[in-house]
Design a binder for this molecule. Structure first.
Ligand code: LMR
Length: 400
C-alpha cells in the first residue's frame, strides 16, 4: 500500500531550482535550469508574446478542446519553421506533425510510437545528454544505450567515438541527436561532421531522431539552427523531430512543442499521424491551446515573426556577452595556465565547465551557486555583473 512507497530522489535539474529557492543567502545564483533571465536575473516574457496574447484577448477566442493532434495553424507553422516553408516534404504531405507537451511530451509520444511499432529497437543517446532523455525512454520501456560524444581531454566532440558507436549499434536503431546547441555540453558537430553522421546513419539503416529545443539559440538564426535537420530531410530518409518553444519563445510553462515524423509517402504520414493521435489520447487527451495560438500568431504573421527574430538575437547576444565576460574573468584570475577558451567555443544556453560532482557541491555549499552535478552551468541565468563572483567560485572549486 502507500506506506511502502519510498522517497524519490530530487530531479537532477528541476530539483536544483528547489534547492536554490530554499537558500536564503543574498549572493545565491541559479545556473541549474536552462531558463533565460534578464541582466537583472529576472524571468523574461518576450514583447512579441505579449503582443500575440493581446491579439488573442481582443479576438475573444474560446477555450474549446483542440483536436487530438493539436491546433492546425500551429502544426503548419511549426513544420514550416523547422523544415523551411518551401521544403518539398511539406507540399508532398510527407510529414506527420502532432502538437505535444513541449519537448518532453513530444519526445514521449515518439518514444511510445517506437515502443509500439519497433519492438526491441534501441535508442542511442549521446554521452552525456539531457538528463530527462533516459527517463523518457525508460518510462516508455524503450531500450537505450549511449554513444560517445564528449571528450574530456579536448573538451570537444569525440567525433571518431561517436561515429564508431553509431556504426556498431544494431541495424535499424534510433539515433537521438540534438539539432543544435547540444545540452549539456554546448558542443555541436560541424556541417561536414553532420554529413558524415548522416552517412553512417543511412548505411546502417538507422532512424535519426532529433531533439530541437534551442532553434535560434545556437547561432541567433532560426534557419541556421535547423540546418542539421534539413540536411537529413534533404536525403529523403525517415526522420523524427521533437520541437520545443520553451526557450526560443520563452514559453516554458505553456508546454508547447511538436513531434514531426518524416515519412517516405503521404499515405504513411497519414497513418503515422493517426497512430500518434491514438497514443496521445490516453496520455493527455488533447494538448493545451494557449501556447499553440501564441506560436501560430507569431510565426504566421510576418511583422510579429520579424520582431521575434530581433528579440531572439537580443537573448542569444546577451548570453554570448556573458560567455565572453566569464571567459575573461576566469583567464584573468587563473594563474595556473589553464586554457579556458573551451567556454568560448561552446554554444547555446550552457557551458560545460568540467567541474566534478564534488566541485559542483562546493559551488552550491560554499558559494551558493546552483548548477547541475554534471558540471553544466546555464549562462542564460548569469548576468555580466555576476561573472566575477562566479569566476571566484569556479577558481576556488577547481583549485582547492
Ligand atoms: C534544462 O535542461 O535545464 C531544461 O531543458 C529544463 C528541463 O526541463 O530540464
Amino acid at each position: 500500500r502507500f506506506e511502502a512507497i519510498t522517497m524519490a530522489p530530487p530531479d537532477p535539474i528541476l530539483g536544483i531550482s528547489e534547492a536554490f529557492k530554499a537558500d536564503t543567502d543574498a549572493k545565491k545564483l541559479n545556473l541549474g535550469v536552462g531558463a533565460y533571465r534578464t541582466e537583472e536575473l529576472q524571468p523574461y516574457v518576450l514583447n512579441v508574446v505579449k503582443k500575440a496574447e493581446k491579439l488573442m484577448l481582443d479576438k475573444g477566442e474560446n477555450k474549446e478542446y483542440l483536436p487530438i493532434e493539436g491546433l492546425a495553424a500551429f502544426n503548419k507553422v511549426t513544420a514550416d519553421l523547422l523544415f523551411g516553408s518551401e521544403n518539398p516534404l511539406i507540399k508532398q504531405q510527407k510529414i506527420a506533425t502532432v502538437q505535444g507537451l513541449s519537448g518532453t511530451g513530444s519526445l514521449r509520444l515518439a518514444a511510445a510510437l517506437i515502443e509500439r511499432y519497433f519492438p526491441g529497437a534501441k535508442v542511442l543517446i549521446s554521452s552525456p545528454s539531457w538528463g530527462n532523455h533516459k527517463n523518457i525512454f525508460n518510462d516508455a520501456r524503450v531500450p537505450w544505450s549511449e554513444y560517445r560524444y564528449y571528450d574530456p581531454k579536448t573538451v570537444g566532440l569525440d567525433f571518431e567515438g561517436m561515429v564508431a558507436d553509431i556504426k556498431e549499434a544494431p541495424e535499424g536503431s534510433f539515433v537521438l541527436l540534438h539539432g543544435c546547441a547540444h545540452n549539456p555540453t554546448g558542443i555541436d558537430p560541424t556541417p561536414d561532421q553532420w554529413e558524415k553522421i548522416a552517412d553512417v546513419i543511412q548505411e546502417k539503416n538507422h532512424i535519426p531522431f532529433f531533439d530541437v529545443a534551442y532553434q535560434g539559440f545556437a547561432s541567433g538564426s532560426l534557419d541556421a539552427d535547423a540546418a542539421s535537420v534539413r540536411l537529413f530531410a534533404a536525403r529523403g530518409t525517415e526522420l523524427l523531430v521533437a520541437q520545443s518553444y520553451s526557450k526560443n519563445l520563452g514559453l516554458y510553462a505553456e508546454r508547447i512543442g511538436a513531434i514531426n515524423v518524416v515519412c517516405t509517402s503521404a499515405d504513411a504520414a497519414a497513418r503515422v499521424k493517426s497512430q500518434l493521435k491514438r497514443i496521445a489520447r490516453p496520455m493527455h487527451s488533447n494538448p493545451p491551446i494557449h501556447g499553440a495560438r501564441i506560436v501560430a500568431n507569431i510565426v504566421g504573421d510576418p511583422t510579429l515573426f520579424n520582431e521575434w527574430k530581433v528579440e531572439m538575437e537580443m537573448m542569444a547576444g546577451r548570453i554570448k556577452n556573458v560567455r565572453q565576460k566569464l571567459f575573461d574573468s576566469l583567464s584573468a584570475k587563473d594563474k595556473s595556465g589553464k586554457d579556458w577558451s573551451f567556454i568560448l567555443k561552446q554554444i547555446g544556453m550552457f557551458s560545460f565547465t568540467g567541474l566534478s560532482r564534488a566541485q559542483s557541491d562546493n559551488m552550491s555549499n560554499k558559494w551558493h551557486v546552483y548548477m547541475t552535478k554534471d558540471g553544466r552551468i546555464s549562462l542564460a541565468g548569469l548576468s555580466l555583473a555576476k561573472c566575477e563572483y562566479l569566476a571566484d567560485a569556479i577558481m576556488d572549486s577547481y583549485h582547492n
